[in-house]
Design a protein around this ligand. Structure first.
Ligand code: ARG
Length: 452
């Protein structure tokens, strides 16, 4: 760019972006150039440019060391130097705008696939842990006060259910939005070059074409939907982290965390701090920050490409990485977590009141106030109150056995674990073949034009 002083060139430059983005930019260039050749849009003697594009994949450091505005310019300049004049065809029918949009979707696709694998691992780890803790009784809390008796397996299935919802939403966004190809859209409204956009999408292993060229080049909805869902996922992981931080304190003493997830204090030898969970909780903040950055950077710009969008690039990649590592850490923690059985008699109050209503044929409101006033009289001791009222305190196991769908009934939970495992198996199978398809497309793209 012109005669900019260094500090100004540095300000506009985006050369130091994500490693994966470089690879995606080269692949995008490769698909475009190969397409120009296969349709005989450019002369046959330009085939050797493809060889240099394959070489470029191995020369990231060299290519990005020059003083260019961005990776697209750096790559083109390097190609011109190595492959000669014919590399000048690379820009024919291709803008940096459709190229960067394509590359970003490719990178997001790789990273989301990686996240989905970790989420599946987390789901598996939660289901294993639920099986191990099937009958371990714990209280559940509302307002952080003991509410009702439950089972550790019930809690773990709650977490798995949350992860599952996000898994399926990310899967949907990945396949229906991210996986559409912008390439061939030009800067905003196409070009005179007779490109076949369906073919370009196919070469890059996209499932379809992002048809409207203004949408394809100027929109970052594929990113905000992805990061939005990832931020929502992180909110869930953060709440789980918060539960476990609290439950692992000596005061609650409800769970024991695996040693590798705990660190002590440099001065207070008794401390067993749940540091990995604290970091997951913090990373949720980082990811929400990225989402806010992404949305704020994009909200005020007019349609079509604006350089503001360059600033948004990292905000769509880093959060997916943070979520991936958080899921990996939590999956590992769930492998070694131990729930300790704790029955809090107070959590049986509702069941006692329900029994009172049935046995004495009074309304539930009457039973509730009867038990509440007795509790007040005896100083909030449930056993004493039950005694005073002449009602039996039910056995927790009986209470749980009579619970209905979705509640902590061990027999139903066993079935639930089985059916969740089936869902997980299906998801793993679908993800594996999807990933396989993408890897194969990339392999086959890079083999095209070899030897011509
Ligand atoms: N470096 C830009 C990005 O990462 C792409 C270049 C588009 N620049 C432009 N002036 N049209 O988004």
């Amino acid at each position: 760019m012109g005669d900019q002083p260094d500090w100004l060139a540095e300000f506009t430059s985006s050369l130091d972006s994500d490693k994966a983005l470089f690879r995606a930019v080269v692949l995008t260039a490769y698909a475009h150039f190969f397409h120009l050749l296969e349709r005989e849009i450019v002369p046959k003697n330009a085939y050797h440019v493809l060889t240099w594009l394959r070489e470029a994949l191995k020369r990231e450091g060299e290519i990005l060391s020059g003083e260019y505005e961005d990776v697209h310019e750096a790559l083109e300049a390097w190609l011109l130097e190595k492959a000669g004049k014919n590399a000048g065809w690379l820009a024919y029918g291709k803008s940096r705008n459709d190229q960067v949009a394509t590359a970003l979707r490719l990178v997001l696709r790789w990273k989301l696939i990686g996240l989905l694998w970790e989420l599946n691992r987390l789901r598996g780890s939660l289901l294993d842990s639920a099986e191990r803790h099937l009958n371990v009784k714990i209280p559940l809390f509302t307002h952080l006060q003991p509410a009702q008796p439950s089972l550790a397996s019930h809690y773990l299935l709650y977490v798995e259910g949350e992860v599952f919802h996000h898994y399926r939403t990310i899967w949907h966004v990945l396949r229906e939005v991210v996986d559409l190809c912008p390439l061939g859209s030009g800067p905003v409204a196409g070009s005179s070059v007779p490109l076949n956009r369906g073919r370009l999408a196919e070469l890059l292993g996209f499932s379809g074409v992002e048809s409207n060229t203004l949408l394809a080049t100027g929109s970052r909805t594929f990113a905000s939907l992805s990061v939005g869902t990832v931020a929502s996922l992180m909110v869930v992981l953060s709440r789980v982290a918060e539960d476990l931080v609290i439950w692992s304190t000596p005061q609650f003493s409800l769970v024991e965390l695996p040693q590798e997830h705990i660190s002590t204090s440099s001065i207070m030898p008794q401390k067993r701090n749940a540091v990995t969970l604290e970091l997951i909780r913090a990373k949720a903040g980082t990811v929400i920050g990225s989402l806010i950055s992404l949305l704020t950077v994009t909200k005020g710009i007019p349609s079509g490409y604006n350089l503001d969008l360059q600033e948004a690039n990292l905000h769509m990649l880093i959060p997916v990485e943070e979520a991936t590592s958080s899921a990996r850490v939590l999956a590992d923690l769930m492998k070694g977590i131990k729930f300790k059985e704790i029955v809090v008699p107070d959590t049986l109050a509702q069941d006692i009141a329900e029994r009172l209503a049935r046995e004495r044929e009074i309304t539930y409101r009457e039973a509730h106030s009867l038990l509440a006033s007795t509790l007040r009289e005896v100083g909030w001791d449930l056993l004493k109150a039950a005694d005073k009222l002449g009602v039996d305190v039910p056995d927790v196991e009986d209470v749980l056995r009579e619970r209905g769908r979705g509640a902590p009934n061990p027999e139903l939970l066993t079935k639930e674990i089985e059916s969740r495992r089936r869902l997980l198996r299906d998801d793993i199978e679908r993800l594996a073949s999807y990933e396989e398809e993408k890897v194969e497309a990339e392999r086959s793209l890079l083999s095209m034009g070899v030897g011509d």
